[in-house]
Structure formats: C-alpha cells, structure tokens
Design a protein around this ligand. Structure first.
Ligand code: URA
Length: 198
C-alpha cells in the first residue's frame, strides 16, 4: 500500500473535531504521490462531502479548467484542503479545526515533497504566508527551504467576483515558468516567524 493510501486510512478514522460526526465522507485529498505542484484549498463543500474527493463541485470544475490552461490534468498534481471534513452549512473553518487538522496536511507535504505549493484562498495562504494579505501577494512566488510557495485567490471567489477571475487566470498561467525556474530561483531570507512552514 502506498504511503498516501495508508495516510488516507488514518485520516478516515480521525474524530478529533465535532464536524467529523456530521460528515458523509472524509476528504483527505487526491492526486499523484510524486506531484510537482500541490494545490491547497480551504475545506470540503457539499459536493466534496458526498464524493470524498476535493474540488469536485463548481469551484472544482473551474480549477480543472485553470489546470488545463497550463496543460495539466488534476491527476498530475496533488489537491488537498486545510481541513478534511466539511464544516456544516459551508461555514468558515474554525481555528481549532485548522489546528487539529494541520498535522494531516504536514504529512501529505512530507510524502509528496512538492516543488511548489499553491495556496487557494486566504485560509491556506495564512498557513504559509502568515500576516499577509491575498490582494497584495497573489501571483508572487517565494522560495523557502527549496519549496516555492505561491498564493492565489480561491477559484470559488473568482467564480463569484468577475474582478478576481482575471487575476486567478493570469496567476495560474505564471505557474509553469516558476516551476521551470525552480532550481535557479533565489531563496527568500525572512524573519524566523515566516520561515516556519506553519
Ligand atoms: N473549496 C475548497 O476549498 N475545497 C474543496 O475541496 C472544494 C471547494
């Protein structure tokens, strides 16, 4: 059994948060174990909860289109969320839920060892770019400890706000060149707080 499949079995047993009681399916994440790019969204919604797969509703369809715009299929990347269970009524994740779920995401990153981590929306951005504002840093890449971190608006936000659509589409188009430059990109020296992954 692959390291990811073993991890999924462990995640499926997790009952650390109240929301675990109400989920239909846990949504650990999916994609290639050797993916170069890992996309991290917020939390499963209704569709994801039904299917146990990330980004399969309208935002997911849009994410598939965005991936296609750079010649990628979802099977070639890895897609996960900050939290693995659906918050009831699609409310925002609570700080305790994010905290409880964090170690699963850390294990996914350890297994996949992506070259590039793309945060989708403010919750995953906050984990890797603490204190930053998405309107200021979207579309900008930072290399730290040999990983490129890159913040984008959430595809669902772009679906609801036409003004963000262009930004999301342009930011997606920049990913291949960052990947191509990964080896030679300079590391960012930052304050210690920002050097910690979470
Ligand atoms: N939005 C997310 O952040 N994640 C999903 O899996 C679906 C919608």
């Amino acid at each position: 059994m692959s390291a990811l499949s073993e991890l999924y079995q462990e995640i499926a047993l997790c009952q650390q948060c109240e929301i675990a009681k109400y989920r239909i399916r846990v949504v650990p994440g999916e994609g290639a174990e050797d993916a170069e790019v890992m996309f991290i969204g917020e939390a499963p919604g209704w569709h994801e909860d039904q299917q146990g797969r990330p980004f399969v509703g309208p935002a997911g369809k849009y994410l598939d289109e965005l991936l296609a715009s750079i010649g990628l299929r979802r099977e070639q990347v890895y897609i996960a969320n900050v939290i693995k269970c659906r918050p009831q009524g699609n409310r925002d994740p609570l700080p305790t839920e994010i905290q409880n779920c964090r170690h699963w995401l850390e294990r996914q990153i350890e297994i996949i060892q992506p070259k590039m981590i793309v945060t989708l929306g403010r919750y995953s951005m906050a984990m890797f770019f603490p204190g930053k504002s998405i309107s200021r840093i979207h579309g900008m890449a930072q290399k730290r400890d040999n990983v490129i971190y890159y913040a984008m608006y959430h595809p669902a936000a772009a679906l609801h706000q036409a003004s963000l659509r262009r930004a999301v589409e342009e930011d997606m188009l920049k990913i291949p060149s960052f990947l191509a430059e990964a080896e030679v990109m300079e590391e960012v020296k930052q304050e210690p707080q920002q050097l910690t992954m979470f």
